[in-house]
Design a protein around this ligand. Structure first.
Ligand code: DQA
Length: 145
């Protein structure tokens, strides 16, 4: 089972970026945490982060036929990106949307996700555990006959 973990804009700054909201872990340490969890489920994970919407769209397109599913934190693009939503719909791969913070508890503009309707589900508000829970949910979904 091959899973692509995608991260959107500003998540490369985790560790120093608004730690009260996003915690103190760097993206690299979160990726290692996901890798450890993936091992337990015999899943292979690859990671990609970009600050550029079109690059994320291209990566999703390229995932078709290579990956079995996607865990995605679209970050700010969650709330704005028709293009990422359309890419997820186009490739027809199961995807789980995750957020470190609880987007529903924050500013009103964060309450809407344009990308979640293109996913099998959304996990939001559990810090780095959101990635772990998202991975487990995706693996479970893919293992169902
Ligand atoms: C985020 C929430 C988004 O609203 C924000 O723009 C981010 C991070 C999260 O993981 O909590 O960059 O996706």
């Amino acid at each position: 089972m091959k899973i692509l973990v995608l991260n959107g804009p500003n998540l490369n700054m985790l560790g120093t970026r608004e730690p009260d909201k996003y915690g103190n872990d760097t993206l690299e340490s979160i990726e290692n945490f996901i890798k450890e969890e993936a091992k337990k489920h015999n899943a292979e994970v690859d990671f990609y982060q970009s600050n550029i919407e079109g690059e994320i769209v291209t990566k999703i397109q390229q995932a078709k036929g290579v990956y079995d599913g996607i865990v995605i934190n679209p970050a700010a693009y969650t709330h704005t990106s028709v293009a990422i939503r359309d890419a997820l719909l186009a490739v027809e791969l199961p995807a789980v949307e995750i957020h470190l913070s609880n987007i529903h508890k924050r500013e009103e503009f964060r309450h809407t996700s344009l990308t979640a309707p293109a996913c099998i589900g959304q996990i939001t508000g559990f810090g780095k555990n959101s990635y772990k829970l998202g991975l487990i949910a995706l693996v479970d979904y893919l293992n169902k006959p």
